[in-house]
Ligand binder design. Sequence first.
Ligand code: ADP
Length: 485
Amino acid sequence: MKPLRFRSLTFRLTIWYVVLLGLLVALFLGFSFKHTRNNAREDLDESLRETALRVATLWQRRGVTWEQAVAGVEEESESRRSFILVVEFEAHKNKEPRELARSSSVPTGAFLLDRDLYVQAESSGRDGPLFRTIRGSALAPSPLRVCLLETRDDAVIQVGRTTVRMAGELRNLAILLVLAGTLFLVLASLGGGLIIRKALRPVVGITQAARRITAEDLSLRIQTRRRRDEIGELVETFNAMIARLEESVGRIRQFSADVSHELRTPLTIIRGEIEVLQRKERSHEEYRSVLESTLEEARRMEAIIDDLLLLGRIGASARRALEKVSLADLAARVAEGRKPAAARQEVDLVVTAADPGNVPGDASLLERLLANLVDNAIRYTPPGGRIEVKVEEEDGRPILTVADTGIGIPAESLPRIFDRFYVVDPARCKENGGTGLGLSIVKSVADRHGAMIEVRSETGRGTAFEIRFPRTAAAPASTAPGDTG
Ligand code: ADP
């Protein structure tokens, strides 16, 4: 299933990135703009204050009138187009403000402000000049920035200038910042989108590879150059998972092939014998012999199927409450049942139990484990031999050993004896009724009880299977066997 474009991770990450970046850019640009605007206003105020101070300085010269001082300043700073007005104002006498001098660009009364403002200028005199922005003045259509500087002679020097230029510059700056910000955002988004897409490209590769890797072609692996990041880890984990899957599918295939083969052999024998029998009339003895042989093959098939069913049950059985099983009791019971077979084979079967060997487990499965080991020992031990079933404990770990003085297992076969259907000598196995599944069952039961199996064998001298169970003291009575130890 392909994700919808706008639901894809690339799309969503890009959107998040653009939104966050947009917010940051907007914050940054807003802050810069505010800072610049404050600076521009401060510069304007400073320039107004300087002009007002200049008027005061000129006036203080001997013999200079207010008109002359204003005209002098106007001359010095012609280009700046300041509106200058000197007002006489004595707040404590409740006088109305009166114009003493004004610059040429100011018509009479056009620049006179509210009386209250002069009162304020007077009271804030010691703190420095008073600044105000005046809208709707007759002097200019745009707002005026005005500085009111109180002099020691109850006069107020009033300097104003239009903010039109500053406003124009600030507007241009705002447009520039918005354009630059947008361009930056677009470029950064494109770049960010590309980076996110590049970062996520391996994920697309993994998805495609995963699609290709079907049950039919589990040999495929995701190919990426070696990377030591999260993606590399994901690829490695995924490949390891596919490898395990391949291995287990392989095992299942092999198992199915083995089962088919094992069941087919007795069936072929049965069919062959019946066909031979059909060709002509046979004696009673002949019929009897063929019937016996087909019965034997049928029994063999039944044994295989029983073992397979048991193996399936062990693998699939749900966790269930465990009972306390005494390995010593189990050994005595199994040995008792096998005594006749051992006697027929002329081997000694002895049980030595130094310890009760209590383990939490499934009694019937454990009995099967022990029975399989003892049956094998009887099968593969020549007359005159000895089989010992031993129960002991080491460091709180119950140990069950089945040792014989039989033919032994060749070293090269040892790693495979627990494989399903593996037999060292097929002819001998058939002869003594083995299915090649006995030790697989032993292994499954041991695994289920968390036990380890150790095999020691020497050809011609004998074999010993040692099952080491987990420490029982630490095993709570209600956990599954696989969890103990
Ligand atoms: P089988 O049903 O043939 O006994 P198992 O899975 O029980 O199958 O055993 C696998 C093979 O391991 C046997 O074919 C046999 O060759 C070998 N084996 C098992 N136990 C012994 C033993 N005690 N002594 C010698 N060989 C043994």
